[in-house]
Design a protein around this ligand. Structure first.
Ligand code: SF4
Length: 123
């Protein structure tokens, strides 16, 4: 059965308001309106059938200068697993030095995605 949704494409500042008719069972986009470029179709496909988001937050660090430092999932994770990912990250405690790109959790929640440091702390 066809369903209809309006979604905002966030891939560029144009922020096209996409009008999408789709078949959930077949995971198929039936009709797409108001996308100003081809990337809108791929975005609609992912956002409707496999929505993902990057998770950004901070974790405590035993540093002289900082109480926390920032971390990020190296790739977006499925939207319905974001709470689990936050839970895992909340268990992390860091000690300096850490540098941008260091992996603090490998394969978080078995999703095949690492959580990495996004702000270096020397001491
Ligand atoms: S559909 Fe294309 S032009 Fe529109 S917001 Fe997405 S990427 Fe930008």
């Amino acid at each position: 059965m066809a369903e209809y949704r309006e979604i905002t494409c966030i891939l560029c500042p144009n922020a096209c308001q996409l009008k999408v008719r789709f078949d959930r069972d077949k995971k198929e986009i039936l009709e797409l309106e108001d996308a100003r470029c081809k990337r809108g179709a791929k975005y609609a496909q992912e956002e409707i059938f496999d929505p993902r988001r990057s998770v950004m937050t901070v974790v405590p660090i035993e540093s002289k200068s900082w109480k926390v430092t920032s971390v990020l999932t190296a790739e977006p994770v499925p939207k319905d697993r974001i709470h689990d990912v936050y839970n895992e990250i909340s268990k992390v405690r860091l000690k300096p030095p850490v540098k941008t790109g260091d992996v603090v959790i490998h394969d978080v929640c078995g999703l095949g995605v690492d959580v990495i440091v996004t702000r270096s702390v020397k001491e």
